[in-house]
Design a protein around this ligand. Structure first.
Ligand code: CLF
Ligand code: SF4
Length: 493
């Protein structure tokens, strides 16, 4: 029997077919079903659309050093853990510097479509600096989307101002809706010029977060809720959080793993509170999902991150370097428009693939996780040894879905040097635990052998192919080869 592979929109179009067998393909579920006015807001936002994160970049400007609460996972010598992995912010900027940096980055990275303020403290605890930055940017760079992330304590008072600056994307970090749980996460808040502790503090914070969420939704502003998964503290409770924020109109829920290391000097780090395993995170995300959009591609960025999610080009744009750059802004704007048009064309062509071929495997065929090395554009285009992270996809009779990413040490810096640093390679292989195949553009002999020995099949045969189609093709090959128990190939169309 001839078997072929289902493309993105063929999967979408076949979804209502009523067949007991599933079709292997995928679509950007977060975006495709949305009304036009919302789709326009998210389709080039790398955080709000999983598909967009393959094509578009974001940047953060660190203009907000102060915070009005304390989280047990944060040490403010480091980035805001709500939106960043722990790491010092290289430089806190004035609003004028932030505006200049944004213009320079926009000229150099045409894919950059979103400017976010996410720390290192809380943007709304620094309202003058935050809003001055937004005010200037909305005048000087109206094509850049403005985005803000907050703990929510000062949010209700800021909604009016956010709406005034056309800020369409607000993230609230909501870790709980029960003050008893909250008291285990937040030792204190600063409220009405007083420090308030314990359950009372958590109760006020939760009320402000919920009120802010309702006000934003009433204004038509898209709200993403971030939650930090803290095993033994709020893991079960997050299902309730997800249900409530969804009922109140949050657009997207992003459950992120706690990062707690003793060397970061956080309360949780010092107390040995562990973070979740990838499986625990994935299970909770699935449990929260229901019919709510879940974000699974968050990279817990630094508060001064620059570039595609998963990469940080901040070092290229320090203020001392920016001061020496000469930029032809007119030419840069022409280039931005050209690049955006090319991406739009690619996405439209992708969306129009209605006659893509179909692969069908029997319902009940077991799912398989595969790791993918990519540097963007939705294709397999990275050498195994150059990957700093792998995207993980699950193929099953229901299609191909993105389920997360795994960070790894980059162990190879030249084309033919794979395997030189064996200990890092071992770390990489450990990071891929649970994956049965790894798809990349190229791979050396030594990692190939080590991956095979670890039960992970390396595959370099799908270079420059669409990720979803390549994963579907490999799944099909595995099914045909009898590697999937219960695999029965039932049809092709
Ligand atoms: Fe920044 Fe956050 Fe806006 Fe994105 S990040 S303010 S919504 S532009 Fe994105 Fe980074 Fe995750 Fe944040 S990957 S940490 S969710
Ligand atoms: Fe740190 Fe952000 Fe929590 Fe403030 S809200 S304590 S900056 S993680």
């Amino acid at each position: 029997m001839e078997l072929t592979v289902l493309g993105d929109n063929a999967a979408q179009n076949s979804a209502g077919g009523g067949c007991s067998a599933g079709s292997c393909g995928s679509t950007d579920h977060q975006v495709s079903h949305l009304p036009d006015h919302i789709r326009e807001k998210v389709e080039n936002h790398p955080c709000y659309s999983e598909k967009a994160h393959h094509y578009f970049a974001r940047m953060h400007v660190a203009v907000a050093p102060a915070c009005n609460i304390q989280c047990h996972y944060c040490n403010r010598k480091y980035d805001c853990a709500n939106e960043s992995r722990p790491g010092v912010v290289s430089e806190v900027l004035t609003p004028a510097q932030a505006v200049k940096k944004t213009m320079v980055v926009a000229a150099n990275i045409p894919q950059m479509t979103v400017l976010g303020i996410a720390g290192p403290g809380d943007p709304l605890a620094n309202p003058e600096k935050t809003f001055e930055t937004f005010r200037e940017l909305s005048e000087k760079a109206p094509d850049i989307k403005l985005c803000v992330s907050t703990n929510g304590l000062a949010l209700p008072d800021a909604v009016e101002e956010l709406a005034k600056h056309n800020i369409d994307h607000v993230t609230i970090t909501i870790n709980c809706v029960d003050p008893e749980v909250g008291a285990k996460i937040y030792p204190w808040i600063f409220w009405n010029n007083r420090r308030i502790k314990g359950v009372k503090a958590a109760k006020i914070l939760i009320e402000q977060q919920q009120k802010g969420l309702e006000m934003l939704v009433a204004r038509g502003i898209l709200v993403k809720v971030n939650s930090v998964l803290i095993p033994g503290v709020n893991d079960e409770h997050l299902k309730e959080v997800s249900r409530i924020v969804k009922a109140k109109g949050a657009f997207l829920h992003n459950v992120m793993p706690l990062i707690a290391e003793a060397e970061h000097g956080t309360f949780y780090g010092v107390m040995g509170q562990r973070g979740p395993s990838p499986e625990e995170l994935s299970e909770l995300q699935d449990a929260c999902a229901g019919d709510m959009n879940m974000m699974r591609h968050c990279r817990q960025c630094r508060a001064d991150a620059v570039g595609m999610l998963g990469e940080d080009r901040g070092d290229e744009f320090t203020m001392d370097k920016i001061e020496t750059m000469e930029i032809d802004y007119e030419e840069a704007m022409v280039k931005r428009a050209r690049v955006h048009a090319a991406i739009a064309e690619t996405l439209a062509a992708d969306h129009a693939k209605v006659s893509a071929p179909v692969m069908t495997v029997a319902a009940g065929t077991r799912p398989v996780q595969m790791a993918v090395a990519t540097s963007g554009s939705g294709v397999i285009n990275q050498h195994f040894g150059h990957a700093k992270e792998f995207l993980v996809y699950e193929a099953s009779p229901n299609g191909v879905r993105f389920i997360g990413h795994r960070k790894t040490d980059q162990y190879c810096i030249g084309d033919d040097t794979c395997g030189e640093k064996e200990s890092s390679l071992t770390t990489t292989i450990r990071a891929l635990e649970g994956c049965e195949a790894v798809l990349c553009s190229k791979i050396g002999f030594e990692p190939w052998d080590l991956l095979e020995a670890a039960g992970i099949q390396p595959n370099g045969e799908h270079a420059m192919e669409s990720i979803e189609e390549a994963v579907a093709a490999v799944y099909l090959e595995m099914a045909k080869a009898g590697k999937l128990e219960q695999a029965v190939i039932t049809a092709a169309a």
